[in-house]
Design a protein around this ligand. Structure first.
Ligand code: GLA
Length: 394
């Protein structure tokens, strides 16, 4: 009996809570912006227009924020994080991700600033793989290889967006249906990415996907961080930790050779915090191939669901970024291909190594490498991947 009473009470409480949420939605809709508030988690989401694609699709910007002062702008074009403020040791929130102020700058050949990457984050050798005896040919957009989903990957798609109340607060839910055969991949893929900013400066990203034919999937987020908050500086003084005792050496086209090589005694050892610049120009064949760091590290298995993967710390500002994931790998890329040709948000340029990426993922070229954990997705199964970026100061 007591249980029934308790359930009833809980139900009434929940209904009241939902009702409050709805009212706020309604009120804000009338003024063209949509607000979703969850008092318990102290976060909210605001929506505004962000322009149109050349083929006339409307793009919106959602600002996720919490009461501490963290703000994250996500646009429905590419699910791109265009701005992300993080506190320094004095409590000042500053933008710490590379990107552009206007939508047009994201069209064309840009290096995936802040974007959602799919169907396959990273490279697939010769733009080709086989499943069940059938060979699939993908777009070759990186020399002879396929990179980050092809010519028109998920970073160039306009996603559907809605906001949702979850246990952790207000979330932004982006969905996209990739047609059967898009960029050469088999199966119609329904993708859902949920961005949730928590009350403690953590962005949770949950990726899900279902398919109607066997296919391969490997989704990630391609934010470039510069924790100094000053995009005219490089990231060589950032101290990085990677929870990995091995990495994947690559061939000249940055395709893994299949070997899992121990990091110990090499410039690839980030088991303890190390300045990015310390060995980035070392006389090392792998470093030379990447033009710096542009490799996938093999993450150690952890007890937790969401294990510690990496951190980056900027000594002057005290900003600390920690990355947690359930993925087996992380691509650590030091912005080696940035060359000063793109205009930054503050009117300067994005120079070589002005941002670093920590892309959680399955290993590159897995569809062609039998010894790597599989990236195959079958009809009836749900692809699920979870990554969390947490900011604090030290
Ligand atoms: C990834 C790749 C890099 C580069 C960038 C985008 O991180 O590994 O080689 O292509 O994306 O420029």
């Amino acid at each position: 009996m007591k249980t029934i009473q308790a359930s009833l009470l809980y139900f009434v409480f929940l209904a009241a809570l939902l009702n409050i949420g709805c009212k706020e939605n309604k009120k804000e809709n009338q003024s063209e912006t949509e607000m979703v508030k969850t008092e318990s988690e102290k976060n909210h989401i605001e929506k505004s227009a962000f322009g149109e694609t050349p083929d006339g699709q409307k793009v919106e910007k959602y600002t996720l924020s919490n009461d501490n002062g963290m703000e994250i702008d996500v646009i429905t074009y590419g699910g791109i994080i265009t701005r992300w403020t993080a506190p320094d040791k004095n409590g000042n929130y500053e933008d710490v991700v590379l990107g552009f102020n206007d939508l047009e700058s994201y069209f064309g050949d840009v290096p995936y600033f802040g974007a959602l990457i799919g169907r396959y984050g990273n490279r697939i050798a010769n733009g080709q793989f086989s499943l069940d005896g059938e060979t699939y040919t993908l777009a070759k957009n990186n020399g002879p290889n396929h990179l980050h989903g092809g010519v028109k990957g998920f970073d160039k798609a306009v996603w559907n967006a809605k906001t949702e109340n979850t246990d952790d607060g207000a979330s932004l839910v982006l969905t996209y249906t990739s047609a059967d055969g898009e960029e050469g991949y088999p199966g119609k893929l329904d993708v859902k990415v949920t961005y949730t900013l928590t009350g403690d400066d953590q962005l949770d990203i949950h990726y899900e996907a279902v398919t109607d034919k066997p296919t391969v999937v490997n989704l990630t987020q391609h934010s470039y961080f510069n924790l100094s908050g000053d995009f005219s500086q490089d990231i060589l003084n950032h101290e990085v930790t990677l929870n990995a005792s091995a990495y994947l050496p690559v061939d000249a086209g940055l395709i893994p050779t299949g070997e899992l090589r121990p990091v110990e005694g090499t410039p690839f050892d980030f088991t303890e915090p190390k300045a990015v610049g310390k060995e980035i120009n070392a006389d090392n064949e792998q470093i030379k191939r990447g033009g710096g760091y542009d490799h996938c590290w093999v993450l150690k298995e952890t007890e937790e669901n969401l294990g510690f993967a990496a951190s980056a710390y900027h000594p002057r500002t005290g900003r600390l970024l920690e990355v947690y994931t359930d993925e087996p790998g992380i691509q650590f890329y030091t912005g080696n291909f940035l060359d000063g040709s793109l205009t930054s948000k503050n009117g300067g340029t994005y120079g070589k190594r002005s941002g670093l990426c920590l892309e959680t993922q399955h290993y590159p070229d897995s569809p062609n490498q039998e010894t790597f954990p599989t990236t195959r997705l079958n009809p009836g199964d749900t692809y699920s991947s979870h990554t969390s970026f947490k900011f604090s100061t030290k």
